[in-house]
Design a protein around this ligand. Structure first.
Ligand code: MG
Length: 248
């Protein structure tokens, strides 16, 4: 039988880490919170806020604070054209987002007229949703673009009608006395493929204009999903509030 091994649980004679109050392998440093993962890596983990689990829109409202009137069927929510964008009732600053979306199976229209919707972090920063499969458009409007600012590194779109995954890490901008001290940062995966790595946004999303962090906005905002008139479907939408954890 192999001998049991007992490793040290920390040291108190090691150098202090640069810019941190802790020593290398500091035994006094708090251990990270335990979070139980979902049944699969796309299911919500224990600490997630489930915004849409497949059955109802109770976690959402329209821009006027009324009910979100998108169509719920077969475990997904579908854009109900002209009912407008929907906003989560829960608000977030620094956050992790998972959601799944599908463009219509039947291809209609082209460029920005094909399977257009959008995911707005804080209700302000759009990661574009589009049927970008073999669809010529402007690069900073392609699926996964930080709209109007940065094209995705690659086009990782699945075929029309297929379910696709977004996994996004968002860091809210920081202001001090109304002055920007740190921009918003986005890290985006589409179907498990990296599209943006800690990309600094120029400011909230605009259309045909330059964006700006002036005027400042609040530290938290809802997740917004765009009604662009196309029958895009969404399911399994959850977020984790990263503000709950030490990000040192
Ligand atoms: Mg859009």
């Amino acid at each position: 039988m192999a001998e049991e091994k007992h490793g040290p649980t920390g040291y108190d004679d090691t150098p202090i880490l640069l810019g941190q109050p802790w020593r290398v392998h500091d035994g006094e440093r708090p251990m990270p919170t335990v979070v139980t993962p979902g049944a699969t890596s796309t299911d919500p983990p224990e600490d997630a806020v489930v915004l849409f689990g497949g059955s109802d829109m109770s976690g959402w409202e329209n821009k006027d604070g009324g009910p979100a009137e998108w169509t719920v069927e077969n475990g997904y929510a579908q854009v109900n054209p002209k009912s407008g964008d929907i906003l989560s009732k829960a608000t977030f600053g620094d956050a992790q987002l998972h959601l799944e979306f599908a463009a219509p199976s039947e291809v209609r229209g082209s460029s920005q007229g094909r399977g257009n919707s959008g995911v707005f972090l804080m209700g302000l920063y759009e990661v574009q949703v589009l049927d970008g499969f073999d669809n010529r458009t402007y690069a900073d409007g392609l699926t996964g673009a930080i709209y109007g600012q940065f094209p995705p590194l690659v086009n990782a779109c699945r075929a029309p009608g297929e379910w696709q995954t977004y996994d996004i890490v968002f860091q809210a901008p920081r202001y001090q006395n109304s002055n920007l001290v740190s921009p918003a940062f986005l890290t985006v995966f589409l179907n498990g493929i990296l599209l943006h790595h800690h990309k600094a946004a120029h400011g909230p999303t605009g259309h045909r204009n330059l964006s700006s962090y002036d005027p400042p906005h609040g530290p938290k905002g809802p997740l917004k999903l765009q009604d662009h008139g196309d029958l895009v479907r969404y399911r399994n939408i959850w977020m984790r509030d990263l503000g709950d954890y030490d990000q040192a």
